[in-house]
Write a protein that binds this ligand. Structure first.
Ligand code: 3PG
Length: 208
């Protein structure tokens, strides 16, 4: 799959933190049952890499990617774990250059016009806009659309059911990401049905 296609699998990408490797497959299945096929497993806990491996093996219907990938070493690691794509919260020139030598689609994060230009210099046109709400939200994305045509965004950071449609209706937004689909309490309490319900409800609330 090309990088852009990962942003077209679903209008919503769940940003997932794995607290317990043993429940990672159940969590992935709960989201899949709710209609969400793409998963971003963030490298924010020790369990994340193993969870990517496990989900890639046990849940073949899921398109599993890695989030919070901060450098080329982490990019290699998630590739070896079976991630199909990677997302970073930001971008610097060292990472941009090294990432080009690693055969895994990367969706780098940007928050300013300067970072966006750095991304373009290295050929990245499909970007995460992070932290979306804190750095200008939909007005910022609207402002980017004139000087930066052909750039697609997945905004994340502060997005939820109340504001997701404001983002999704922008021409330069392909999907949104967020952690609202996987609340920590529900994961720790293994409330898989409720996570499935949040996924379903979120997808139903996307305005056509
Ligand atoms: C991310 O890495 O995309 C964010 O942590 C998600 O932000 P949220 O928790 O505000 O949804």
């Amino acid at each position: 799959m090309k990088t852009k296609e990962f942003l077209q699998v679903s209008k919503i990408i769940p940003v997932i933190t794995i607290y317990d490797l043993k429940t990672s497959v159940d969590l992935a299945k709960a989201l899949i049952n709710g209609g969400i096929k793409i998963l971003e497993i963030t490298l924010r806990t020790q369990e994340a890499l193993e969870a990517i491996k496990l989900i890639a093996k046990e849940v073949p219907d899921a398109v599993v990617g890695a989030g919070t990938v901060l450098n080329a070493k982490m990019l290699e690691e998630v590739k070896n774990a079976g991630a199909k794509f990677a997302i970073s919260p930001g971008l610097n020139s060292v990472f941009a250059k090294e990432a080009k030598n690693i055969d895994l689609p990367l969706i780098p994060g940007i928050a300013t016009a300067g970072e966006l230009m750095l991304a373009l210099e290295f050929g990245f046109e499909n970007l995460k806009f992070f932290p979306a709400q804190a750095t200008g939200g939909i007005n910022m994305l609207k402002s980017f659309s004139a000087p930066f045509q052909n750039v697609n965004f997945c905004p994340t950071g502060g997005i939820n059911l109340n504001n997701m449609n404001d983002y999704l209706k922008l021409d330069n937004v392909l999907c949104v990401g967020g952690s609202w689909l996987t609340p920590k309490e529900l994961i720790l309490d293994k409330k898989w049905d409720q996570i499935t319900q949040i996924a379903k409800q979120s997808l139903e609330q996307i305005s056509q």
